[in-house]
Design a protein around this ligand. Structure first.
Ligand SMILES: [Zn+2]
Length: 438
């Protein structure tokens, strides 16, 4: 079970609406209410769910990252249970980045009458439980799902379900941040780093740990957080109080656990310098894709479409990118040159098919909604791209839809022409045969 809001008095005072940055009210035990814009946020298992995109929206389903991040935790249910029952042994602690007494020593922690500690991306095993503070909150986009992974043991911290790109916490409200092996999981690194900087109090501490193991980038871990990253992105903005590396190999650059303790100086403001193309070996596709998704959540549709178009210049490399690729295509397919460019740039044949399939689906949905001209334009554009590639089913299907639409318009000659072409691609298309007979 998670702690309830009531068990941490003062926590609600720090929460803000991610949309208008106003304070939140607590009208009932089931939801929070923005005092300015009236947006409501549900409370599930005592967790404020403040993800800008609703759970059941096609955006989040297609996003797919949530599912792939969540699955391993459910497989590790027993381990998680052991963790919460306090039976952790030395090996466990080592694995969990705690081989460092100073890291944990209370003397290095911010002191005060009321201290607020936040762990970013703790998963269901928050290390924050080993720190002392008045309020301890784990921020994790998947928090609302962890209850079923926990089992019975109580977890003595609060949780908040939110994205690190838009943290619903007031400026300079946090005394210490803890982030263990989570920073490389975020979607948009620039936004995340600025947000972390924003919520941290002047003089506040940032404990960062990351396992750098040179594993290939994936949608779950789209960033490389290594020594080079720390030097470029974090060290110029913080005072580096402690840095350690537990090497696990002698390779160059070294592989292992990086642990750093950073302090936010009183000045200057966060230097926004994250430039993924030059620096991190980031998956460009994923970077632009998540940017598009984020802009969408803010209602900035034209900018989002631009990001999706950019993403399509770097077709993904992972099986799970299939859905994301389809989503991008779905967003740009109405612009003929954008679709053509995407198909051209995509090297793999099956991914080209994914793109055209997405366009096909939009064409069909326009047809269903009676938008014949839009649908015809899309299908004829699709045919130009699908024909040279020999995608017979797609071509046959497109011709058939076009035939039916010309029938609707009363242009029988054109319709029959398309039905004949349908049969050229799909010889046993019964409905096309039937139309031609009549
Ligand atoms: Zn609001």
């Amino acid at each position: 079970m998670f702690l309830s809001l009531k068990s941490a008095p003062g926590w609600l005072d720090i929460l803000i609406c991610h949309q208008c940055k106003a304070k939140l009210l607590s009208p009932s035990e089931y939801e929070l209410l923005c005092s300015k814009c009236g947006l409501t946020f549900p409370l599930r298992n005592n967790i404020p769910v403040m993800i800008p995109v609703p759970k059941d929206s096609p955006q989040r389903q297609l996003f797919g990252k949530e599912t792939s991040e969540l699955a391993p935790w459910f497989e590790r249910r027993d381990e998680i249970d052991t963790y919460h029952r306090g039976k952790r042994d030395a090996a466990w602690c080592a694995r969990l980045f705690i081989r460092d007494d100073e890291f944990l020593s209370a003397s290095s922690h911010p002191q005060g009458e009321k201290t607020f500690f936040v762990e970013i991306g703790p998963g269901p095993i928050p290390r924050l439980t080993w720190f002392e503070a008045t309020i301890r909150v784990g921020i994790d986009a998947l928090a609302e799902h962890y209850d079923s992974a926990f089992g019975d043991p109580p977890c003595p911290i609060n949780f908040l379900s939110a994205h690190t790109e838009a943290i619903p916490l007031a400026n300079e409200s946090v005394d210490a941040l803890l982030c263990v092996n989570a920073l490389d999981h975020v979607g948009n690194m620039s936004l995340t780093l600025s947000e972390l900087w924003r919520i941290l109090k002047p003089n506040g501490l940032f404990f960062l740990g990351v396992l750098y193991d040179s594993s290939p980038l994936s949608c779950e871990e789209p960033h490389v957080v290594d020594r080079e990253f720390l030097e470029k992105e974090l060290y110029p903005n913080f005072i580096v109080e402690r840095e350690a590396l537990d090497s696990i190999s002698k390779e160059e650059p070294p592989l292992g656990w990086y642990r750093v303790r950073l302090r936010k100086g009183t000045a200057p403001a966060y230097i926004h310098r994250f430039t993924p193309t030059q620096h991190a070996r980031i998956d460009e596709f994923f970077h632009h894709f998540t940017e598009g998704m984020f802009l969408d959540t803010q209602g900035r549709s034209p900018e989002a479409r631009e990001s999706f178009q950019k993403a399509l210049r770097y077709p993904g490399y992972y099986a799970s990118d299939r859905y994301r690729l389809a989503y991008c295509a779905w967003r740009v397919a109405e612009t003929a040159p954008a679709l053509a460019q995407a198909v051209e740039r995509t090297r793999e044949r099956h991914l080209k098919h994914v793109l055209l399939e997405a366009a096909y689906k939009i064409g069909s949905s326009h047809k269903r909604q009676g938008a014949c001209d839009k649908s015809l334009a899309l299908f004829s554009n699709l045919l130009e791209l699908a024909k040279p590639l020999g995608f017979k089913q797609l071509c046959g299907g497109a011709h058939f839809h076009m035939g039916e639409m010309y029938l609707r318009k009363g242009e029988k000659e054109k319709a029959n022409n398309h039905f004949r072409k349908t049969l050229a691609s799909i010889p046993d298309h019964q409905k096309a045969k039937l139309y031609l007979k009549n």
